[in-house]
Design a protein around this ligand. Structure first.
Ligand SMILES: Nc1ncnc2c1ncn2[C@@H]1O[C@H](COP(=O)(O)OP(=O)(O)O)[C@@H](O)[C@H]1O
Ligand SMILES: [Mg+2]
Length: 415
């Protein structure tokens, strides 16, 4: 990092700093794990370490965390990272600690969304803001590491207490609900872990439900195992390769059974399907969230790519959307083929979709047409399998895998 912070002054106390900054006997607006925020007049806040007593080793650890936080925030400030609270001043104090004076950026996203549902347009603004900030950070090899509604604001992301620079990270383990699978698996992870957290957050502010409300159990292992089973309930079974290590797998290579029963029942699709806001914007947003909540980090969308997603680039009602969701046992067979979309039988080809590149749930645009649409599926040998014709209703083309295969399938595989 360029321009490192000054070393803390061994003789200076927090009290002296607060006095220098003219902080009145501050009203504490929040106490977090490591830090404490004191509200201050004139639109800024001070974050400094809690004076709570702790064993010396723990105090040393907290001081290290605070120093790293101050350094990273300072680096981002100097290099004009977007959407971070402006750092006005950093002061090093006794025992290797730092006090940070920064812009007051208002209520946290947690406070805002728990007061009432957010519109799709508001969520779009928040998602874009977060992705712009993450895209900058990830470009500079900085992992945020602790994204959650409490650490986000309407126009900013904050709390860089667990942020780190580098390529491969070991677990510093941000809040459990938002922790990425690879972190739970105990694998080295990279900046993609932030995209999982953001997917959880967007799901939460869209639906009002925490995506994975996994509580801490007696042991870390039991909590992690329950967490993995919960992910499976929501997203379907996790491929064994995702684990890389044998942790959590039994002698046969199968996932161990959880010690406590997993209470979650609904899949992500069941949780999303009854929303009354099922307009175009809602569908784009769901598509984006599904690309973030992908277990394998290499297949998870990056922040830079997420910014190119149609959710941010469409007049929600100008095009017709075509949502394709592939799921089930024969997905691999299906994925070797190709799909063509026509403006009806014998009418021009509008879209050619190589199914190999289709995620578990994908959203396509097709220009608005008054004619019915035809879809032709080709298997990998290029021999046409089936032509079906569908009329667009309410701007959404609804398809099911049953349309292409003669299989018994209760799920609606495409929405
Ligand atoms: N710049 C800020 N402006 C307004 N409120 C803030 C700011 N930074 C933090 N807060 C509030 O204080 C809380 C704790 O701050 P945070 O930086 O997350 O500390 P911790 O590391 O203890 O979690 C946040 O959840 C938020 O409500
Ligand atoms: Mg925090």
């Amino acid at each position: 990092m360029s321009q490192p912070l000054q070393q803390p002054d061994a003789n200076r106390t927090y009290e002296e700093i607060l006095q220098k900054w003219g902080v009145p006997q501050g009203r504490c607006i929040n106490k977090g794990n490591f830090g404490r925020i004191i509200s201050v007049r004139d639109g800024w806040v001070v974050k400094m370490q809690s004076p709570r007593k702790a064993p010396e080793s723990e105090q040393r650890r907290r001081a290290e965390v605070a120093e790293m936080e101050a350094n990273i925030h300072f680096f981002m400030q100097v290099n004009e990272a977007p959407h971070i609270p402006r750092l006005v001043e950093v002061a090093g104090v006794r025992q290797a600690r730092y006090a940070m004076r920064m812009e007051d950026v208002g209520e946290s996203l947690y406070t805002v969304y728990t007061k009432g549902a957010l519109s799709i347009e508001k969520i779009e603004t928040i998602a874009k803001m977060a992705l712009e900030a993450l895209s900058w950070m990830h470009y500079h090899s900085i992992l945020h590491g602790d994204l959650k509604p409490e650490n986000m604001f309407m126009r900013h992301i904050g709390d860089f207490g667990l942020s780190r620079t580098g390529k491969d990270f070991d677990c510093l383990c941000g809040s459990r609900f938002y922790r990425a699978p690879e972190v739970i698996f105990g694998l080295k992870h990279d900046v993609k872990a932030d995209l999982w957290s953001l997917g959880c957050i967007l799901f939460e502010i869209l639906t009002g439900n925490v995506f994975l409300r996994c509580h801490d159990l007696e042991t870390e292992y039991a909590s992690d195992l329950a967490h993995i089973h919960s992910i499976q309930v929501r997203l379907g079974s996790i491929p064994k390769e995702a684990f890389q290590k044998r942790r959590f797998l039994d002698a046969n290579g199968d996932l161990e059974q959880p010690l406590n029963p997993v209470l979650m029942k609904r899949t992500i699709h069941q949780m999303l399907e009854n929303d009354h806001r099922r307009g175009d914007g809602y569908r784009y947003l769901v598509d984006l969230i599904l690309r973030m909540l992908v277990v394998q980090p290499e297949e998870r969308i990056s922040a830079a790519d997420a910014l190119k997603h149609p959710f941010f680039h469409s007049e929600f009602s100008s095009d017709l959307q075509f949502h394709l969701h592939l799921r089930g046992e024969d997905i691999e067979v299906f994925k070797t083929g190709k799909l063509e979309v026509y403006a009806g039988e014998e009418q021009p080809l509008l879209e050619e979709i190589d199914l190999q590149w289709v995620g578990d749930h994908s959203c396509f645009h097709i220009p608005k047409q008054s004619t019915p649409y035809g879809l032709r599926y080709f298997d990998s040998s290029g021999i046409s399998e089936k032509m079906i014709t569908r009329r667009i209703e309410n701007g959404i083309l609804t398809l099911s895998r049953k349309d292409f295969f003669d299989v018994n399938c209760d799920d609606s595989d495409m929405i």
